[in-house]
Design a protein around this ligand. Structure first.
Ligand code: SAH
Length: 201
């Protein structure tokens, strides 16, 4: 994976204003999941951005790897880990080709990544997750929801699309209406999301 491969994602971290999702703290949903003891064991944060969710899981005892295609995001994530005295492996890597990492994890978290992919890459992503998540391991995936009105932001995902994407080799345990916190935009501080809990068969 080279920096040139995804310059648009890196650019979202080098622009003057923070990316809407890069809120400088973990998403409340992932804080809750960690407090519930669900983010345990060897954990991969796929598309970790600047690492807040990964770092929070590590602070609660998970053995965490975070990957992202944006080198600037990974550099910031590494700097935060060192400032906070936390150990997380942060690597520049492609979430569509996780098998190359040679990892086997118990838990995957996806905060706002599934929804960035088009149809073809969506199927590749699901296969890529299957290559690193051990059987019976859980994936906690939060994506933009079709319940979010308007057209701003990433592609909306419907619950039936989540079911279809994970229909083969996975058990979708739950799909729950949830919210992402974002940087305030026109007075909006939250957007509608789905939280899917998906277990690998
Ligand atoms: N999980 C982070 C970032 C969400 S934004 C958070 O909650 O803050 C989506 C992220 O996916 C961006 O950081 C982007 O760089 C990353 N991304 C997009 N395509 C990717 C790919 N193919 N492989 C890995 N990361 C990718």
């Amino acid at each position: 994976m080279t920096e040139q491969a995804h310059p648009e994602w890196d650019a979202s971290y080098t622009a003057g204003t923070p990316a809407p999702w890069d809120i400088g703290r973990p998403q409340p949903t992932f804080v809750r999941l960690a407090e519930e003891g669900r983010l345990t064991g060897r954990l991969l944060d796929a598309g970790c951005g600047t690492g807040e969710n990964a770092l929070f899981a590590a602070s609660r005892g998970a053995d965490v790897t975070g990957i992202d295609v944006a080198p600037t995001a990974i550099a910031r994530a590494r700097a935060k880990a060192s400032e906070r005295g936390l150990t997380v492996r942060f690597e520049v890597a492609d979430a569509l080709d996780l098998g190359r990492l040679g990892l086997a994890v118990d838990t995957v978290i996806d905060s706002g990544v599934f929804h960035v992919f088009g149809d073809d890459d969506r199927a590749r992503y699901v296969a890529s997750l299957a290559a690193v998540l051990r059987p019976a391991g859980a994936c906690y995936l939060m994506c933009f929801s079709d319940r979010q009105p308007g057209t701003w932001g990433p592609r909306r995902v419907r619950a039936d699309e989540l079911l279809a994407a994970f229909s083969d080799g996975w058990a979708v345990e739950s799909i729950t209406a949830d919210t992402f916190d974002i940087h305030p935009m026109d007075g909006t501080t939250q957007v509608q999301a789905w939280l899917a809990v998906i277990r690998r068969n």
